[in-house]
Design a protein around this ligand. Structure first.
Ligand code: DX5
Ligand code: ZN
Length: 252
C-alpha cells in the first residue's frame, strides 16, 4: 500500500470526496471512481470529518474509515478533519488505516472565531501546529494543514515546512455542494510559490470541470471534488475525473 500523496504517480491527483457519495452504497461508489469499468480512475479518497463544533455539521468518523480500509486495501485514504481538537483523532484514524491527516490552522489561532468560516464554536484549547504535525508523522501518516476562506494566508506561511500538503478551502467548510469562492485562488498562487517540489497543494470545495482549470493554473495539484463526481451516475464519473484532471476540455 503506497500513499499517493507522498509518491504521486502523476499530477494532478484527483480526490473524490465521499461526503457526496451514497452512505448506503459506499463501497460500490468508491470502486466506481477508483477502479471504474472504463475511463479514468481517481487517485485517492477524501474523507471529510466534522465534529459539529468547529463546523456546524456531523459527518463520519474512524469506523467508516476502517470499513473502507477493509474493502479497499490499496486505496490512499486522505482524512480532512474539521474539528476543534485534532489531537483527539490522530490515533483513532491511524488505527483505522488512514494514510494522511489534514487539520486546520484556525483553532490554533488566538482569534479563531473570526476565521472559522462555518461558524466556529467557543474557543478551544488551541494547539501548537508544529507539535500536531509531529504527532501525525509519529503515527505514521503524512500531514496536511488547511486554511479557511476568511483566514489570511499569512496564518500558514510560517508553518509550511513540515507538511506534505497544504489544503486551501475554496468554500466555507461544513457542507458539500457549495459554490467555489474565486478569491481563494489568490491564496493558492501565493502558497504554491513557497512550496518545495515534494509538497502538494490541495483545493477543496466547489471544484468541478468548470473551475478545475483555474485551480490547476493557480498551482494546485491535488483536486478534491465531491458533488461534481458523485453527483453523476457511475458510468459518467470517469469522464468528470478526466475533465477535472485537465485531460478533456469541458463542452462550451
Ligand atoms: C467541505 C468539504 C469538502 C466537500 C467538497 O467542508 O471539506 O471536501 O465535501 O464537496 P464539493 O466538491 O461538493 O464542494
Ligand atoms: Zn475536505
Amino acid at each position: 500500500m503506497r500513499n499517493v500523496l507522498t509518491h504521486p504517480p502523476h499530477l494532478p491527483l484527483i480526490a473524490p470526496s465521499i461526503l457526496a457519495a451514497s452512505f448506503a452504497r459506499m463501497a460500490e461508489d468508491c470502486v466506481s471512481v477508483l477502479a471504474p469499468e472504463s475511463g479514468q480512475a481517481a487517485d485517492l479518497l477524501h474523507l471529510d470529518v466534522m465534529d459539529g463544533h468547529f463546523v456546524p455539521n456531523l459527518t463520519l468518523g474512524p469506523d467508516l474509515c476502517r470499513w473502507l480500509r477493509r474493502e479497499l486495501p490499496d486505496a490512499t485514504l486522505d482524512v480532512h478533519v474539521m474539528v476543534t481538537d485534532p489531537t483527539r483523532y490522530i490515533a483513532p484514524f491511524r488505527d483505522a488505516g488512514a494514510d494522511h491527516l489534514t487539520f486546520h490552522i484556525e483553532p490554533a489561532l488566538s482569534d479563531y472565531r473570526d476565521h472559522a468560516g462555518g461558524g466556529g464554536g467557543p474557543l478551544g484549547e488551541g494547539y501548537n501546529v508544529l507539535e500536531v504535525a509531529d504527532q501525525v508523522h509519529d503515527a505514521g501518516m503524512s500531514a496536511g494543514l488547511a486554511i479557511n476562506p476568511p483566514t489570511p494566508v499569512e496564518a500558514v506561511l510560517d508553518h509550511l515546512d513540515p507538511f506534505e500538503m497544504i489544503l486551501v478551502m475554496s468554500v466555507n467548510p461544513g457542507f458539500g455542494g457549495q459554490k467555489f469562492i474565486e478569491p481563494t485562488l489568490e491564496k493558492t498562487r501565493l502558497i504554491s510559490k513557497r512550496l518545495r517540489p515534494d509538497q502538494r497543494l490541495q483545493m477543496d470545495g466547489g471544484v468541478a470541470p468548470e473551475t478545475a482549470q483555474r485551480t490547476r493554473d493557480a498551482g494546485c495539484d491535488v483536486l478534491v471534488a465531491g458533488s461534481a463526481i458523485f453527483g453523476l451516475e457511475p458510468p459518467e464519473r470517469p469522464g468528470a475525473i478526466a475533465l477535472i484532471r485537465g485531460e478533456l476540455q469541458p463542452a462550451q
